[in-house]
Write a protein that binds this ligand. Structure first.
Ligand code: FES
Ligand code: FES
Length: 156
């Protein structure tokens, strides 16, 4: 067993879990934070993206024990009284259909906007499409997802 101590969405949590527990399992099954989705468990779909210490991570690729001591933000932790600009932009621009990929798209979108702003680089449509290659959507054709991220980038 491994002792996992994390700050998740601003709340300190501590659990003893089997050594092999993935961060995605820990969030969904131990903490019941089911906004983080699992579409493949093989690091392909990006539905499980969360932020660990401020960086986007596919939570199915990381052991919960490896994240121990860190700060995790899930899609449930983004809204602060009102929707995060990225959430609002997905709503305003119809950036989702079934919604399965949406938590991962939103968490990847926030991470990419933050990274490009910190680096002083322009987040072009081409860059967004390139950055999204680790996030698969089966419904939207990506066009409105890209528009949503472009819209949010002007408001974050
Ligand atoms: S569930 Fe993690 S990448 Fe698909
Ligand atoms: S909105 Fe259905 S998978 Fe993306």
């Amino acid at each position: 067993m491994a002792k996992v101590k994390l700050t998740v969405n601003g709340r300190a949590v501590s659990r003893d879990v089997p050594d092999t527990t993935l961060l995605s399992e820990f969030l969904r099954e131990d903490l019941r934070l089911t906004g983080t989705h699992v579409g493949c468990d093989t690091s392909q779909c990006g539905a499980c993206v969360v932020h660990v210490d401020g960086k986007a991570v596919k939570s199915c690729t990381m052991l919960a024990a490896s994240a121990s001591g860190g700060e995790v933000t899930t899609v449930e932790g983004l809204a602060n009284g009102e929707l995060h600009p990225m959430q609002k932009a997905f709503n305003d621009n119809h950036g989702l259909q079934c919604g399965f990929c949406t938590p991962g798209m939103i968490m990847s979108g926030v991470d990419m906007v933050n990274r490009y702003k910190q680096a002083g680089r322009e987040l072009t449509e081409e860059a967004i499409r390139h950055e999204l290659e680790g996030n698969i959507c089966r419904c939207t054709g990506y066009h409105n997802i890209v528009k949503s991220i472009q819209d949010a980038a002007t408001k974050m």
